[in-house]
Design a protein around this ligand. Structure first.
Ligand code: GLY
Length: 460
């Protein structure tokens, strides 16, 4: 592939640590001179820039379609990486392609329905014969859903899921009929996203056990795909896997659970049929596709089943998977945009990475009073080196004083590297110990990676 060295401008559409790690690795590319991040957040302009210009747009959102297309034109952007679900849904890819000046890494709004319409993903799953919940039902009416649940056994467990995007909070467990009915009534709290909703049976193996969750990523170019990595996320807010669902409080890559048996069954039973399904149904998917999966045991072997699809990298998974890739991110993005990843060699390093998310105390429910509180210690973390990296999610910077302030729920992620999960998480937590938020307002989980630590200890 002929890609000119230097002189290129990349735009990343995202405001989280995922945008931060993508900006880091685009800036690292010798092909790239400038990285624009929409909206990004202040601290991205100061960390992991590799001496390049990194510019953010705090006045915009990932859904500012017209403004984004205008910037692409005015700034002469060469490649746009559409990295966030809202951006996919509003058609940032479509807008930039219609404008015709820049190339795009990321699916069109139509292809992105795999994520932002859960019913679409599930119906395709049924049509393409993918492993997913044995039963799922789609409802547009609360009374119909309650009537359906009342016809089902009282002790049966369900998941009730908003059809549209709900920031990772739209999937609610209903451990029995009564709770499931309450969950149905909660769907209206999600507004437009919950007008249509799904009722799904729980994913289990043939032993009745629910299994363990994983995230796996594949890049598609419209004709073929390549697996790029996997991670294990911790979605509940508190240590000991307790509390509410979040966008993710930390993860490990590569996770020990992703052994050859699981990777091969995912490839054979999920990724290959998805690619065939895309081709058969005329879906030209170009970009990252993220499988949120559950590994269960069936007929004496482990296999993955689909919990959900996401039409982009995960956050914080991206922060531990992207750095593993021994590939120039700009070359990968251009190859996807040009519809030919056949010659990309997606090699990975053999380092284990753990990310721990630092959040405002009270996240994900009530953390307004942490806004604008000062965060201490981030400069020390950014300068630590030795396998520690800082990826901001919501950190405001006072440009005069250089001080850092909380601006959001998830504030930053710290990645630690090591030869194994024990070393990697020790580095991440060593760095986290340097950080505090005015008034004792920093929250983080203290057990990220616990499953792999246990597996490693057991195998020693
Ligand atoms: N970490 C989960 C997500 O990005 O949706």
């Amino acid at each position: 592939m002929a890609v000119e060295r230097g002189g290129n401008t990349v735009m990343v559409v995202d405001g989280s640590g995922r945008g931060a790690v993508l900006a880091d690795h685009y800036a690292k590319s010798p092909h790239v001179d400038r990285v624009l991040v929409v909206p990004g957040n202040d601290l991205m302009e100061h960390v992991n820039t590799h001496g390049k210009e990194v510019k953010t747009y705090p006045g915009l959102t990932t859904k500012s379609r017209k403004e984004i297309v205008d910037i692409v034109r005015e700034e002469g952007v060469d490649l746009v990486d559409v990295a966030e679900d809202g951006a996919v849904e509003v058609g940032i890819t479509d807008g930039v392609l219609e404008d015709g000046r820049a190339k795009v890494m990321g699916p069109t709004s139509e292809a992105g329905q795999m994520e932002y319409k859960k019913s679409f993903g599930r119906e395709k799953g049924r049509k393409w014969g993918l492993p997913q919940p044995d039963e799922f039902y789609i409802f547009d009416d609360e009374d119909d859903a309650v009537k359906f649940l009342n016809s089902q056994p009282e002790e049966k467990s369900w998941f009730v899921k908003a059809d549209g995007g709900a920031l990772g909070k739209g999937a609610l467990p209903g451990q029995n009929r009564g709770i499931a009915i309450e969950r149905v009534r909660e769907m209206k709290d999600f507004g437009e996203a919950g007008k249509r909703f799904l009722i799904e049976s729980w994913i289990t193996g043939d032993d009745g056990e629910p299994g363990e969750e994983f995230s796996e990523f594949a890049v598609f170019d419209g004709k073929m795909y390549k697996i790029v990595g996997s991670a294990q996320d911790h979605k509940l807010v508190s240590t000991f896997d307790m509390g509410n669902q979040t966008g993710g409080m930390g993860c490990v890559s590569p996770p020990l659970m992703m052994d050859a048996e699981l990777a091969q069954s995912n490839d054979r039973e999920i990724w290959q049929p998805v690619q065939h399904g895309f081709a058969k149904d005329g879906i030209e998917y170009k970009g990252m596709l993220y499988l949120g999966g559950m590994a269960v045991r069936e007929r004496g072997r482990r296999r993955g089943k689909i919990v959900e699809w996401n039409a982009r990298w995960g956050a914080p998974e991206a922060e531990v998977v992207v750095p593993r890739l021994q590939i120039d991110l700009f070359e990968m993005g251009m190859a996807v945009a040009d519809g030919d990843i056949s010659r990309l060699n997606i090699a990975t390093d053999d380092v284990v990475r753990v990310i721990v998310i630092g959040a405002s105390r009270g996240y994900p429910d009530n953390y307004d009073d942490v806004k604008n509180k000062e965060i201490h210690g981030l400069d020390e973390v950014a300068e630590m080196g030795g396998g520690v990296r800082l990826y901001p999610y919501g950190v405001a910077v006072d440009e005069e004083t250089g001080k850092h302030y909380a601006k959001g729920g998830r504030l930053f992620g710290i990645v630690g590297e090591g030869k194994d999960v024990i070393e990697a998480r020790a580095r991440a937590y060593e760095a986290m110990s340097l950080v505090s938020i005015e008034g004792n307002n920093l929250h983080f989980r203290t057990d990220i990676g616990w499953r792999d630590v246990q597996r490693l200890r057991e195998s020693a």
